[in-house]
Design a protein. Structure first.
Length: 419
């Protein structure tokens, strides 16, 4: 075995895992397992620990290096695991020199830890890769970190403050990916709609999107990962309205549908802001589909408050829901608030997921009979422009196939290629 990577969490982690592997290979590392952790929930941390133990059982001679957000925020707890040889911080994991000297087995725990003060990091370096192995689309990191302090979120302490990558290198990287055969690129980051505030002239995220589409004319499809709708700027809205190569799917960092819960979360939008945004975007782009992150059982959430989150799924016509049962993260203000009981959280999450299933099914049924362009991913599956999963027998991974939707299951569409 050379180098294996276990990735948890967000799309940005998927991108960074590929960079980590490349940097470790350049450093000459062999027979190692890199574990790129996520800190967003207690469950994500638990799963990482479980996989670390399993990886060591299956590969007793491999060195295990743990990094990512959970390693940044809980470095000593991972160092105390006998299976772990090295713990790297989120900044150090992207540097080749970090992989050149792995501590010998049996050293003091303190010597296992190479984690810096993430808040002191001021730049996000652009790491050029030709694409992500085994993926039909490529992810390009345009921003890292977050300046906001939502009361439930530990991520700023794992990622640091917001840092942006200059537009020129981003455009060069996307051009290289297109030349390497990628038809679809996803712009990703921790808080991408805050892009540019730290760059000369403070360009907005919409300016970046417009520039990519202008300067890389051969790029067939551009996607945006999760956005904070309250930060959507005029250029972004113009691109949504007029740029067909910008895919009609937006994933919203919504979190809740009740104003008091949103206030206690320290979010910057209110319920009506989200509804107005969705209405305006659909006016500009009628085929737009929305996904959203929603937390069930946030501290102090009453049944009445929760019903507002249920209702907003219908009011915004959300299609792809990511439901998170609230998980108290040590060190966050929300962890000190009056907690909702576990069984209630579990019940509310299940109810949200049920509403999400109904919404998804409604969308799937509405697509039958339509023609679309499908990006083939793997094993006979692909994604429509609206990021809806679809079964199709034709095409190789990365191909874009023109097809007609002929049916639907409760989870995905079925399509046939148009001759």
């Amino acid at each position: 075995m050379s180098i294996k990577v276990l990735t948890f969490g967000c799309r940005l982690n998927s991108y960074e895992s590929e960079v980590m592997k490349k940097q470790a290979q350049e450093a000459g590392l062999e027979n190692a397992i890199l574990v790129n952790t996520c800190a967003v929930t207690n469950e994500a941390v638990r799963q990482a620990r479980q996989q670390i133990r399993r990886a060591k059982r299956d590969n007793p001679d491999a060195q295990i290096i743990v990094t990512g957000c959970a390693a940044q925020t809980e470095s000593m707890s991972f160092a105390e695991m006998g299976e772990v040889d090295l713990v790297l911080g989120n900044d150090d994991k992207l540097k080749a020199e970090s992989y050149k000297s792995v501590p010998s087995f049996g050293v003091p725990i303190e010597e296992k830890v190479k984690v810096n003060d993430i808040m002191s990091v001021r730049e996000t370096a652009l790491h050029l890769i030709e694409g992500l192995e085994g993926r039909a689309r490529a992810f390009v990191q345009v921003q890292n970190g977050c300046d906001h302090r939502c009361t439930f979120c530990i991520i700023p302490y794992g990622r640091g403050n917001s840092r942006s990558v200059a537009m020129g290198p981003i455009i060069d990287q996307i051009r290289a990916l297109v030349e390497n055969g990628y038809n679809e690129v996803v712009l990703t980051g921790v808080d991408i709609t805050s892009y540019g505030a730290d760059l000369p002239g403070a360009p907005k995220f919409g300016t970046l999107v417009r520039s990519v589409l202008k300067h890389v004319p051969d790029l067939k499809r551009l996607r945006i990962s999760s956005i904070d709708s309250i930060e959507a700027d005029p250029d972004l809205m113009e691109c949504i309205a007029n740029e067909e190569r910008l895919m009609p799917h937006l994933h919203l960092s919504l979190q809740a549908g009740d104003n008091m819960v949103l206030k206690r979360m320290k979010r910057r939008h209110q319920r009506d802001d989200t509804i107005a945004f969705c209405q305006e975007v659909r006016r500009l782009r009628p085929d737009m589909v929305f996904g959203a992150d929603i937390i069930a059982g946030f501290p102090t959430e009453t049944e009445e408050m929760f019903l507002k989150s249920l209702d907003i799924v219908e009011e915004c016509d959300l299609t792809h829901l990511h439901v998170f049962p609230y998980s108290a993260r040590p060190g966050t203000p929300a962890a000190k608030m009056p907690q909702v009981k576990g069984p209630v959280i579990k019940d509310r999450a299940a109810r949200l997921r049920k509403v999400g299933e109904v919404a998804l099914n409604r969308h799937l049924q509405s697509q039958i009979g339509r023609e679309c362009d499908i990006l083939v991913e793997r094993n006979g599956l692909g994604r429509t422009e609206q990021f809806t999963l679809v079964e199709i027998a034709n095409g190789e991974p990365g191909d874009i196939v023109r097809a007609k939707i002929v049916g639907a299951t409760h989870r995905h569409l079925m399509a046939e290629q148009i001759s």
